[in-house]
Design a binder for this molecule. Structure first.
Ligand code: NAD
Ligand code: ZN
Length: 420
């Protein structure tokens, strides 16, 4: 019997310029007295996390800032953050001020200070033990300072397990933040390179959930088998469409001029809206490919990110195979692909499998993203390794609208070595 039910989950939302000034008030309503503010050194340098912490004092809340988050967190960096929180606790609530790296680290800290055990007990099997948290978590307020991941509304936290060289995560409904406070004023200091990469993450969240396998095409689940990602559905579709319309107006502008307040506000909404969409529908091939693309980096160092280690940032890694992935998914639903192209670049006539790939590639060129996998240092000889890494992401590939074989992924990767 095929599925007849879909689900939708979301945090409370507070969105708009100045929203982050109200966090102390909001936490005081939850009887919170001691708060750990979680951030990374780059965001800490903007002063935003300290301002958020200082503002809580007037509500009788003691807030301390922990700025030890690693950009694109690892098991080691998350364990260090958890150890800090355990040693300096107990904490009544957590506030993450930063991008996906800070928000995901705060989710892990919240989980491991509210529940027994260690990080790897909860990491997805087979890498970890895939245990479910037995106890409810503390309130977590997520305050994004990038316009990208949508991590403020999702149930997952992503980490690099160093010893195994794999990126994986923890996924459970209890990880979802209690409240997302989306204040576009905090995003003006986001470097142009981060705005470009993180913005491609928004775009791919919207496009992948919009083109995902529909929820009704799966087998009927029992109530205890339901997962946060249920496939494309009418609620996720409408969030994805709204995110695409916002991106079409504001993405190029926000990269060009970080102080364009209207573009920053629209990008902040696009990120959260796309998060509300993909956080319930799921993502597929470009995200599956991004894991090995980021994980096997050799010496690429992108502008705007910490220069101490080579990296392909998440949004950039996702974008590099997106045009070719959407060329391949086109036959599953031509009308959706054409509608997405029209939402992203209105005012043209769109036809055929090349429409969406060319809209995405044009955008990438305009915001100066690397020209395909070759632009971050991969060559033809790397395709086999990248295929192997992508095929491990079966949970994501299962959300693709067509069945994906190794040869299909190899073709998409090979055609993504150079995009224009
Ligand atoms: N949990 C989820 O649902 C989810 C979804 C997608 C991606 N992710 C994860 O999120 C991480 C990426 O997060 P991200 O793209 O938001 O970036 P990020 O948190 O990694 O930050 C990127 C860089 O930008 C800097 N920065 C951020 N905001 C700034 C600001 N306002 N001013 C100045 N500098 C600023 C940071 O210091 C850092 O150097 C990856 O680990 C990725 O796997 C999680
Ligand atoms: Zn993403």
């Amino acid at each position: 019997m095929s599925e007849t039910v879909f689900t939708y989950g979301a945090p409370g939302l507070k969105i708009g310029a100045g929203a982050s000034d109200e966090i102390g008030f909001d936490l005081a309503q939850m009887d919170v007295r001691r708060v750990l503010v979680v951030t990374d050194p780059g965001v800490a340098a903007t002063g935003h996390p300290q301002r958020v912490a200082d503002q809580m004092a007037q509500f009788g809340i003691e807030a301390r800032v922990f700025d030890g988050v690693r950009v694109e967190p690892t098991d080691a960096s998350m364990e260090a953050a958890i150890a800090h929180a355990r040693d300096s606790g107990p904490w009544d609530a957590f506030v993450a001020v930063g991008g996906g790296s800070s928000i995901d680290t705060a989710k892990a800290v919240n989980l491991l200070t509210s529940n027994d055990g260690e990080l790897m007990d909860y990491v997805n099997a087979p890498v970890g033990k895939g245990r479910d948290p037995a106890r409810p978590l503390k309130p977590l307020v997520a305050v994004p300072t990038t316009t990208g991941t949508g991590a403020e509304s999702t149930t997952v936290c992503v980490l690099d397990v160093l010893s195994l060289k794999v990126k994986t995560g923890i996924s459970h409904a209890r990880l979802r933040p209690t409240l997302a406070v989306v204040d576009p004023l905090l995003t003006h200091t986001q470097p142009a390179g981060v705005t470009a990469s993180a913005g491609m993450d928004i775009l791919c969240h919207a496009l992948e959930s919009y083109t995902a396998r529909p929820y009704s095409s799966y087998d009927r689940k029992q109530p205890d088998q339901r997962v946060p990602y249920c496939g494309a559905n009418p609620i996720s579709d409408s969030w994805s469409e709204q995110a695409m319309a916002l991106l079409s107006r504001s993405f190029r502008r926000a990269v060009r001029d970080g102080d364009d307040a209207e573009a920053r506000e629209e990008m902040a909404m696009a990120a959260t809206f796309a998060g509300l969409g993909f956080g319930n529908a799921g993502v597929h091939i470009p995200h599956a490919n991004a894991y090995p693309v980021a994980g096997r980096v050799r010496d690429f160092r992108p502008d705007g990110y910490p220069a101490d280690e080579p990296m392909v940032p998440h949004g950039m890694a996702v974008s590099l195979t997106a045009p070719e992935a959407f060329r391949w998914t086109f036959p599953s639903s031509p009308e959706r692909h054409l509608k997405a192209a029209a939402l992203l670049a209105p005012g043209h006539e769109y036809d055929g499998p090349d429409a969406l790939p060319s809209v995405v590639a044009d955008l990438m060129r305009d915001i100066t993203l690397p020209n395909g996998l070759g632009g971050v240092g991969y060559g033809e000889g790397d395709v086999g390794d990248l295929v192997e890494g992508a095929m491990k992401q079966q949970r994501l590939l299962a959300t693709a609208p067509r069945e994906v074989t190794e040869d299909d992924v190899a073709g998409i990767l090979a055609r993504s070595l150079e995009l224009w």
